[in-house]
Design a protein around this ligand. Structure first.
Ligand code: ZN
Length: 261
């Protein structure tokens, strides 16, 4: 048999080439590439699957955030006496939609999500409101109103603070939220004070079990994650010194005193 007809087996990749390819893959996993990361095998894959499940569970248990379209108005009534605050991140999901939220734990140490996104989280105030816009679900069920989470980003907080000072409470405050056509306005629009709703009137807004709506349990839907949990969700390096900030000293309430730009 002429020698040149003998098929040569495919050349095996040298270790050097493999390392180079691996490094290339890692480099492509920046913030812009989302968090899907590279394909995984074996134990790493199972770990990822478990993490994805937990992320989904967390997302599903979070109440709907109020959002307005351009030139839309919504009348709302606030249920909270006192607001809730936290630092959080908001980023684009793998599908290109800005629908990803999670805590920013920078105030208590190193935040793996700051590292991943290359940007610090923002400070936000949260209120529970009765959104009086009627809507129909995809299944065709009609609702006259709904309970929503109203996230107020740092720049809009002073305006809410001024309204709060009228009675040193938010409970019963009726607002008209309006979002103009400007692309830079907040999704929740601009608030205009309308008046106060009595408890009797507020009790008329009920959930599926016909019970009056209650303020969202923020501690439950926004548990303050440890750095270890954040690293499990988003990767990232252990800071030099390698200490885990998992002690009970990480009181999320301390965040309220934290100063941010
Ligand atoms: Zn952060």
């Amino acid at each position: 048999m002429p020698r040149r007809l003998i098929k040569t087996p495919p050349r095996k990749k040298s270790t050097k080439t493999k390392v180079r390819e691996r490094t290339k893959k890692k480099a492509g996993r920046g913030a812009a590439a989302g968090f899907k990361g590279a394909n995984k095998r074996g134990a790493a894959g199972f770990r990822q699957a478990k993490q994805e499940q937990e992320n989904q569970k967390r997302k599903n248990s979070t109440p709907f955030r109020l959002g307005l379209s351009a030139d839309e108005t919504a009348k709302v009534i606030i249920l909270d006496d006192q607001p809730f605050f936290r630092h959080e991140h908001h980023w684009k999901g793998p599908d290109g939609i800005w629908n990803q939220f999670d805590a920013c734990i920078k105030a208590s140490g190193h935040c793996p999500l700051c590292e991943k996104l290359g940007a610090e989280g923002y400070y936000a105030m949260f209120l529970t409101v009765i959104d009086r816009r009627a809507f129909t679900t995809k299944a065709g069920d009609k609702y006259k109103y709904s309970r929503k989470l109203l996230p107020i980003k740092n720049t809009a907080i002073p305006k809410y603070e001024r309204m709060y000072k009228r009675k040193e409470t938010f409970r019963g405050m009726s607002l008209e939220l309006y979002r103009d056509n400007g692309s830079k306005t907040q999704r929740i629009g601009d608030p205009e004070f309308v008046g106060w709703a009595s408890d009797t009137r507020m009790a008329k807004y009920v959930d599926k079990e016909k019970k009056p709506f209650e303020v969202i349990d923020y501690e439950e839907v926004f548990p303050y994650p440890t750095e270890k949990e954040m690293r499990q969700r988003y990767g990232g390096t252990t800071p030099l010194g390698g200490e885990d900030t998992e002690s009970d000293d990480d009181d999320p309430d301390n965040l309220d005193d934290a100063e941010w730009d």
